[in-house]
Design a protein around this ligand. Structure first.
Ligand SMILES: [Fe+2]
Ligand SMILES: [Fe+2]
Length: 271
């Protein structure tokens, strides 16, 4: 969510300074929430691969230098060095976790309203932004999914069914491939073809995941996500090394790797 606030704020124009400031405030509040989550998690919860990649810190530093946006890289550094679960501390953190979840629920409602406002203003041609409307809609849907997840956690109700989650994330992957295809420089012909191939592949995965039941579908889906993750890694490395021409911030590319990792964990039943 904190990166979403950055993606929106960074693509607005100076004429919308109020919305930029709002995005910065949301970004720094989610940064604070993440800091609290990492502190509570340390030693108690395994930090899974979708939290941070070997590129996250570098991507934050580079993106920060390019945009002057302030990223709290300390949290990322802590996440990178967090050890696995230890049995050292048995302090009851139930109340702290509950407070964190409730603060996250309120903050997610705020970011959903923010995304909705920017999207609606853009669609009504009252505002200009360098983000695709689909990208704003996409990160709005991710926020709604996150809110649903948090509310279910707090209520103690079961999380959404696996089939729904697989369809949701296949659609997300399809859109990531479409964003990559459209944000690459037109001279990056080979990468555009590869990105389009992934868009088509996930279109098919999405179709099959809403009508499941075919043998081998899960394995094919996992393979598609693993291949796409490798493509996201290639893109992140290329952007960080200044070898790829695209209007994609390195942190957006790294964000896509982490969402692929998240989907892989869902497919492997680890979350
Ligand atoms: Fe996202
Ligand atoms: Fe996404």
């Amino acid at each position: 969510m904190k990166e979403h606030a950055f993606f929106i704020a960074a693509a607005l124009l100076p004429v919308n300074a109020d919305l930029v400031a709002e995005g910065e405030r949301i970004h720094s509040y989610f940064s604070e929430l993440l800091g609290r989550a990492v502190k509570l998690a340390a030693g108690r919860v395994d930090i899974l691969p979708d939290a941070v990649t070997p590129y996250t810190l570098k991507a934050e530093q580079k993106t920060g230098a390019l945009t002057r946006f302030s990223f709290n890289t300390e949290i990322t550094a802590t996440e990178t060095s967090l050890s696995k679960r230890q049995a050292a501390d048995f302090a009851d953190v139930t109340d702290s976790v509950r407070r964190l979840n409730n603060d996250a629920i309120s903050a997610t409602r705020v970011i959903i309203r923010y995304k909705t406002k920017v999207l609606n203003e853009f669609l009504a041609c009252r505002l200009f932004t360098f983000n695709y409307p689909l990208l704003i809609d996409h990160i709005r849907r991710e926020a709604l999914e996150f809110l649903d997840h948090l509310e279910n956690l707090e209520r103690g109700t079961p999380l959404a069914s696996d089939a729904n989650a697989v369809a949701f994330w296949n659609r997300i992957m399809k859109e990531h491939a479409e964003f990559a295809r459209g944000l690459l420089d037109p001279t990056e012909e080979e990468l555009i073809v590869v990105a389009d191939g992934f868009a088509q592949r996930f279109k098919e995965m999405l179709r099959l995941s809403v009508t499941p039941g075919k043998d081998g579908q899960l394995a094919a889906n996992r393979k598609a996500v693993a291949d796409f993750r490798a493509f996201n890694v290639q893109g992140t490395e290329g952007l960080l090394e200044c070898q790829i021409k695209a209007v994609i911030a390195p942190l957006l590319a790294d964000h896509l790797i982490r969402e692929s990792d998240h989907f892989l964990l869902i497919l492997d039943n680890k979350i």
